[in-house]
Design a protein. Structure first.
Length: 146
């Protein structure tokens, strides 16, 4: 059982996504994706046919990724629970594309539009990555009151 968000949680997802070949079927992906959840930030690296690593980074380092995904904790939890409940395929409202489309400020963020393009170019790879989370037991870290 892994706690979201944590390096351990992302490592468990990486293991599932790489071992079952779901990323390989989609072709190559060379991108560094950032993920911001609550006060934590992560850098996730995709290279060729695999996701090759994750590390926790200071939030200010998110600008060094190709793009980063940021949304409220409740939305992250809702998306991941929906993916789990549906056996690895989210409802349309919980796909990365829909979440990005419906967010007026954009779910995928980057100061460099040419780098942000990786989110759209490799979108199915990133979706399959998060879909792999359906196969791990997840505990959600409760947000701390502000």
């Amino acid at each position: 059982m892994a706690t979201f968000p944590s390096v351990e949680w992302f490592e468990a997802v990486i293991t599932v996504a790489n071992e079952d070949g779901r990323l390989r079927k989609l072709g190559t992906c060379d991108a560094v994706m950032g993920v911001k959840v609550l006060d934590k930030a992560f850098e996730i690296t995709f290279e060729a046919f695999d996701c090759i690593g994750v590390r926790e980074i200071p939030s200010e380092k998110l600008a060094e990724t190709d793009f980063y995904l940021e949304m409220p904790f409740e939305t992250w939890q809702g998306m991941l629970e929906n993916i789990k409940e549906r056996g690895g395929t989210p409802d349309r409202q919980y796909t990365l594309n829909t979440i990005d489309f419906l967010d007026p400020e954009g779910f995928a963020k980057s100061d460099d539009q040419s780098k942000k393009d990786a989110f759209y170019r490799y979108g199915q790879t990133f979706q399959q990555f998060f879909n792999a989370s359906s196969e791990i037991e997840t505990v959600f870290a409760a947000p701390q009151p502000v």
